[in-house]
Ligand binder design. Structure first.
Ligand code: COA
Length: 636
């Protein structure tokens, strides 16, 4: 078990099963779900991708001190320097050598550790703490007919995309010129998390294994259905056949079912215990297995109550389902991809994070949204099997657990404050016109917004992709720097000229871009420190003093947790803060606007409501534009 101390060293992005169990079928319990044959263009460069390196110790320690400098006093900084020296001259080299040895034996020294620590070991609810939600552009419908038309097109788009995964013909994704690891794409359809006491299980039913999944799960009025989406000829159903399947679901599911989806918002050990109880019954076990084996979950929701802020309301629907009186019982948050289509045109998805980061999910989503608007369809498949309602027998123990799950889900959901909005004054076009990185520009706007209210810099997490490496996931971009603090302070000081503010802003942006480039090319510090700490744990070596130090922990207490998830569509992702007195910021920068999802916790009296923090971000972006524009004018 991971101790709290180890947990703090880890990024808080988070935030034996019996006979005939799912593991005994064609599921792969994850270590590394490598396709049996890496073929086709999707994996054409996979074997040539570099391995994730272990950075030189000295480099990591120097960089750590740089990131700590703006966060602590001179005296604390001197103390930190001493701790780094002691580490370098003490146990550090031994841990480093052992980590290098591990790296020699694994495709990626981090990936299995990461999956456990960031996801499967975590006992807090996945919802809000780990699973992101995504809001799509509002659908142009407001009734059941429109809902089913949209949902059937969405699933047809998904099946169209799935062909490229199954045949491994998906084009390799690139970041700049660098090709990226494509393994996450291969796993996103048909993976699922299973609750277990102390540590969850992750299963995947990859397309190249025997008996690949051929159905989706549809949830309607809390009733779960196994819905075949391929015909007897193994061809995908076309749009009108899919719509027919959904009409069956609606007809059979008119009566409200028990809100079993609430279990998936629970603390994981509570859910694991209830799950064990449920699995004592063969019917339940088969029904649960059907959900786990399905390609995706599709939730058909009833309309939302009216609201003055429809987008934020729909955002809540995607992130957590709005509680037991909303749609949370009509969900299965353990499934990797869960599409939500409401009767009132609100559409989006939620995804369980163990399998993948945002970009592969968003690329799949963009494909589906494009497909919805195309007129094309394919010929009908042969002999469609009718959807089957999944049956559950609930013992009194399970009923009691479900009552507790309902209480806990409502507490969880009611504490989250979310704001979904579009900043419309400008988009990526403005920073680009100023020859600066849009992402670094936005990150500095978030720094400024936070500083304006809280008047101090704090540890800031931005996800940077390390998929340039085989089986790479993410590295932390520490967005708070000495340069960003100098800039934010200057912005609040009326005595500083616009020219000077612009100069400091450019320096802060350059510093952020430099850190980003380092982080995505294997020169970040947070995964390296994690590796060293886990090496100590594995070899029964006492956790080095450096890692237990208050300032070390402060520097990675992510009060600002951020991520850029760009999409072609006007969709936006969002997630909860990772500490009680923190904020979550996610954004999709488009050429002429920036879509944001901002969150905070209502119960925390130190943080602002999400809408107020959103205003500060918007004002900061405007002020930064003013400063940069005026400095260009004055230099002409
Ligand atoms: N002058 C002009 N244009 C510039 C510029 C400059 N100085 N610097 C960058 N640009 C342009 C880029 O060419 C790019 O152009 P495009 O819109 O035509 O593609 C655009 O601005 C965006 O670049 P930038 O803002 O610097 O960001 P990025 O695309 O390099 O992304 C990260 C930065 C950190 C988001 C990216 O590296 C990453 O890691 N993404 C994955 C994050 C992730 O996994 N999130 C999900 C977690 S669940």
């Amino acid at each position: 078990m991971m101790t709290n101390m180890f947990r703090l060293i880890v990024s808080p992005m988070a935030r034996q099963i019996g006979k005939n169990s799912i593991s005994s079928l064609s599921a792969v319990t994850m270590t590394s779900t490598q396709p049996q044959k890496l073929k086709g263009r999707m994996f054409s460069v996979q074997a040539a991708l570099p391995k994730f390196p272990v950075a030189p110790l000295e480099q990591t320690l120097d960089k750590y001190l740089q990131t700590l400098r703006p966060l602590v006093s001179d005296q604390e900084f001197e103390q930190a320097k001493k701790l780094c020296e002691d580490f370098k001259n003490g146990v550090g080299p031994e841990l480093q050598a052992k980590l290098i040895e591990r790296a020699g034996k694994h495709t990626n020294w981090l990936s299995d550790w990461w999956r456990n620590i960031a996801y499967l070991d975590v006992r807090e609810p996945c919802v809000i703490n780990s699973n992101p939600g995504v809001l799509f552009p509002r659908g142009n419908f407001n009734d059941l007919e429109g809902q089913l038309n949209y949902a059937s097109r969405l699933i047809a788009g998904l099946l169209d995309y799935k062909v490229m995964i199954d045949e491994q013909t998906l084009p390799v994704e690139h970041l700049g010129k660098s090709p990226l690891c494509m393994m996450q794409y291969y796993q996103v359809l048909s993976a699922c998390r299973i609750p277990r006491v102390n540590k969850d299980e992750w299963v995947c039913f990859p397309p190249d294994r025997p008996d690949p999944p051929r159905h989706i799960t549809v949830v309607y009025n809390n009733n779960f259905f196994e819905v075949p989406v391929y015909g007897s000829d193994n061809k995908p159903l076309n749009t009108s056949q899919l719509k027919g399947q959904l009409e069956h679901v609606v007809k059979q599911g008119s009566k409200q079912g028990p809100p079993l989806g609430l279990f998936t918002l629970e603390y994981r050990n509570n859910w694991a215990n209830a799950y064990q109880n449920m699995c004592k019954d063969e019917t339940n076990r088969r029904s649960l297995e059907s959900i786990q084996r399905s390609i995706v979950v599709l939730c058909l929701d009833q309309p939302n109550p009216s609201s003055t802020d429809l987008r934020t309301k729909s955002g809540q629907q995607m992130l957590h389902g709005a509680g037991s009186h909303g749609h949370s019982g009509n969900r299965w948050f353990d499934k990797t991809i869960q599409f939500v289509v409401g009767q009132d045109g609100s559409c989006g998805l939620n995804y369980e994070h163990t399998t993948a980061e945002g970009p592969p999910i968003v690329q799949l989503m963009d494909h589906c949204l494009d497909y919805i608007n195309k007129g094309s369809d394919w010929p009908a498949a042969d002999q469609v099997t009718t959807p089957k309602m999944l049956q559950f027998n609930l013992s009194s123990d399970v009923e009691n657990s479900l009552n507790l799950a309902k209480e806990n889900a409502d507490k969880l959901v009611s504490d989250l404050d979310l704001k979904v909005f579009t900043f419309e004054d400008f988009g990526k076009d403005f920073p680009k016109s100023q020859k600066v990185s849009p992402d670094s520009f936005i990150q500095n706007a978030i720094q400024l917004a936070y500083y304006r209210h809280h008047k101090r810099p704090v540890g800031t997490y931005e996800s940077g992709s390390i998929r340039m490496f085989q089986l790479g996931r993410t590295e932390t971009i520490r967005s708070c720097s000495s340069e960003s603090v100098a800039f934010t302070r200057a912005m609040l000081d009326p005595a500083v000229s616009d020219g000077r503010k612009a100069e400091l802003l450019r320096r802060a942006i350059d510093s952020h871009k430099q850190y980003t480039n380092d982080a995505i090319s294997g020169k970040g510090i947070d995964r390296h420190f994690l590796g060293l700490a886990l090496t100590a744990q594995e070899h029964n070596i006492e956790l080095p003093k450096l890692f237990k130090n208050r300032n070390f922990i402060f520097s990675k207490t992510w009060r600002i947790s951020t991520s850029q998830v760009p999409a072609k569509s006007e969709s936006v992702m969002f997630f909860g803060p990772v500490v009680p007195d923190g904020y979550g910021f996610c954004y999709n920068p488009q050429e002429k606007c920036i879509l944001f999802g901002v969150s905070s916790f209502k119960s925390n009296d130190k943080t602002l409501p999400a809408a107020e923090m959103s205003e500060l971000v918007a004002n900061s972006l405007r002020d930064m534009k003013k400063v940069l524009s005026s400095s260009v004018k004055s230099s002409l």
